[in-house]
Design a protein around this ligand. Structure first.
Ligand code: DX5
Ligand code: ZN
Length: 237
């Protein structure tokens, strides 16, 4: 019998189950901010399917990150889809500025203060895809009433606010639970994961139904981001 590698078996098994490759979204929070434009180009050249931007208000989370004018500046240098994750108390205040900046997805938190249906409508009114994120301590039941109104669901795998944290394994159950629910919906829905995503985490997350993998540290800290992106995409550790 041939000695097949674990990666080969993994890939072949996934193909037989017809699990498509996920989209890979490098999180620019992990970029070297003193060379931001070059970092963007490095990711686009490495094969990023989308770029992930973290917007923070210093209140919803104890940190500040990327602001709409930054995102607008990046729009001048690439046409790659922008996946904007807003960790803010009042998401409604950000929608117009992010629409002008060129966002393709805007993902806000269920734990924020504005009424979720209102935020979803405001995002859709600007022809942008709405996404809903929820923090590790929030149960999946809190987001299920909104799943048929959104394009992306994001069960956070770390406490929002900072890069470089470890992936919380309880997220795997949430992905599987969401996959079960969303396959019964009329409209397809992306399941994204964000926080501590590595090439070791990717195979199981993809198998359970994740369709977008956001990764900051794992991609940016590598000298060969194209290799990490390809491994994440194909689910090979
Ligand atoms: C955390 C952010 C993430 C972060 C992920 O609140 O939402 O996008 O950049 O970074 P890593 O991949 O380093 O955990
Ligand atoms: Zn994020």
């Amino acid at each position: 019998m041939k000695n097949y590698s674990k990666n080969f078996i993994n890939r072949t098994y996934r193909r037989s189950l017809q699990i498509p490759n996920p989209k890979i979204a490098p999180s620019l929070l992990a970029a070297d901010f003193s060379r931001f434009g070059e970092e963007v180009k490095r990711m686009v050249d490495a094969g990023a399917d989308m770029l992930h931007f973290d917007v923070m208000d210093g209140e919803f989370v104890p940190n500040f990150a990327i602001s709409p004018p930054f995102i607008a500046a990046v729009r001048q240098i690439t046409e790659v889809p922008f996946d904007v994750h807003i960790m803010v108390t009042h998401p409604l205040r950000y929608i117009n500025a992010l629409a002008e900046a060129g966002a393709d997805f805007i993902t806000f938190h269920i734990e924020s203060r504005d009424e979720p249906k209102e935020v979803i409508s405001a995002i859709k009114a600007r022809n942008i895809k709405p996404g809903l994120a929820f923090s590790p301590k929030t149960p999946t039941a809190a987001v299920t009433p909104y799943l048929s109104d959104i394009d992306l669901i994001l069960p956070m795998s770390v406490e929002p606010g900072f890069g470089g944290q470890a992936f919380q394994p309880s997220t795997f159950e949430k992905i599987a639970e969401l996959h079960q629910i969303t396959t019964k919906l009329e409209q397809p829905l992306d399941i994204s994961i964000d926080g501590g995503v590595t090439t070791e985490i990717a195979p199981r997350a993809i198998h359970q139904g994740a369709t977008i993998l956001v990764a900051g540290t794992a991609i940016f800290r590598s000298q060969q981001p194209e290799t990490v992106i390809e491994k994440l995409r194909t689910g090979t550790a």
